[in-house]
Design a binder for this molecule. Structure first.
Ligand SMILES: [Zn+2]
Length: 140
């Protein structure tokens, strides 16, 4: 049962994160999902949200949210600006890591969906032009 072992490992990791934050006297953490097509909507929606360390509960507001959850956390430090970029997995057939503007999962997903829509629209335009040539009239 690999997923149970993995789930347990993630639970141990989140407990260790919480303990470390407490040790540093922090009160809040930020939920971090992976910017990836494979990220589930539940984790994606939680990305960037700030939670009280005291109220951290695996499966509710801290990883693991589910087996194979790749989410993590970062310390919430109000006066320190967060990084300008963050890692994202590209949506190509062979995904690779790229660095994008620091944004939430929701913002990133909207952007990638828009890019995908533009790509499809461009392909459709090419096809429609070909069809228009064949039939001698415009279809758009
Ligand atoms: Zn997750």
């Amino acid at each position: 049962m690999a997923s149970i072992a993995e789930l347990e490992a993630s639970r141990i990791a989140s407990t260790a994160e919480i303990d470390a934050y407490k040790e540093f006297g922090l009160e809040k953490y930020v939920f971090l999902a992976t910017l990836s097509e494979k990220t589930c909507p539940v984790c994606g929606a939680l990305d960037g949200q700030v939670f009280d360390i005291d109220k951290a509960e695996p499966g509710v507001n801290i990883h693991p949210m589910h087996p194979y959850c790749r989410c993590t956390t970062k310390a919430y430090v109000p006066d320190v600006p967060s990084g300008k970029t963050r890692a994202a997995r590209t949506v190509e057939k062979t995904p690779k890591t790229e660095y994008v503007k620091n944004q939430t999962y929701t913002e990133w997903r909207e952007g990638t969906l828009y890019d995908e829509y533009k790509r499809i629209e461009k392909r459709m335009d090419i096809q429609l032009k070909k069809i228009s040539k064949i039939y001698g009239r415009h279809f758009r």
